[in-house]
Design a protein around this ligand. Sequence first.
Ligand SMILES: C[S@@+](CC[C@H](N)C(=O)[O-])C[C@H]1O[C@@H](n2cnc3c(N)ncnc32)[C@H](O)[C@@H]1O
Length: 336
Amino acid sequence: MTDDLQPRGPFRYGDRVQLTGPKGRMHTITLREGGELHTHHGVLRHEVLVGQPDGSVATNSGGHEYLALRPLLRDFVMSMPRGAAIVYPKDAAQILAAADIFPGATVVEAGVGSGALSLWLLRAIGDQGRLVSFERRGEFAEVAEANVATFTGGTPANWSIVVGDLVESLPGAVEPGTVDRVVLDMLAPWECIDVVADALAPGGVVLCYVATATQLSRVAEYLRGTGLFTDPDASETMIRGWHVEGLAVRPDHRMVAHTGFLITARRLAPGAIPPDVRKRALKKPSYDDADVEIWTPGAVGDREITDKNLRKRVREAQRAARSSVSTSDGHDGDSA
Ligand SMILES: C[S@@+](CC[C@H](N)C(=O)[O-])C[C@H]1O[C@@H](n2cnc3c(N)ncnc32)[C@H](O)[C@@H]1O
């Protein structure tokens, strides 16, 4: 894989290119020698794009024009094959800021799901950082690996995926007190807080991304109850697009109203007990295990993917990765 997570300069074989054609119809192709995009509007040969700058317009055999752009990471994650629900770009951007992901950081992430957040994290930590991602379902890990390979052209040397439950696998995978940042995107992050507290360096940040207010409450109280973290901060992010054309300047009629909540806290130094934490730890939480039982994926609105559909997503993701990796090695990929 290249050190550069995003290729630059004129188009070359192996690049992924997003084409916008007649009536705004979009196609994503991987440029390969002899490759062609066939539509009912005609044939666009890949070679006409090679050597052209990003943002060029190419014409197909039917005289139709296509705007060609390398997909941005946000375009890629929204269209890549999914095993599990992904972190949307609006939340990924906030996660990078709220968890303070920095170049060179050692970051732990769980679960990997489809690998969308892994891509944002890899980009933010850079070559000097290290990302260790945990996923308990092997097929999801395969989808994520293939998606990362498709976008980056290989497997980043500073990224490893551990297939297993974070609670069991984290202690054996990292030295205690060495991890700078932990990002949890899963149904029951509170189950992982004890191992996360051991793994984090003093001052390190844990961030949980949860879909429902009940999960938010449960994880906040768990963090408080340990007495090992600062008081958590919670937020949600709403982005309202605007239509800006001439004098018609107004908010879009539709928006994504809800995806999830972010909650962050910082690991205290061993033995440090700030006065407010000491007071809080004495309070009893007002929920019990029965409350957690109802937070199954179905109950909180997550649609479970069927095994058949998941196998299909794995095949799709691996096909895209093979095409992307082999063409960047100078071999043939599949036709677009
Ligand atoms: C919503 S998905 C993560 C999506 C991912 N962040 C992305 O952007 O593509 C949640 C994932 O967490 C995994 N998971 C849940 N609990 C886990 C645990 N304790 N350890 C490891 N993985 C876990 C699930 O199998 C699932 O794939």
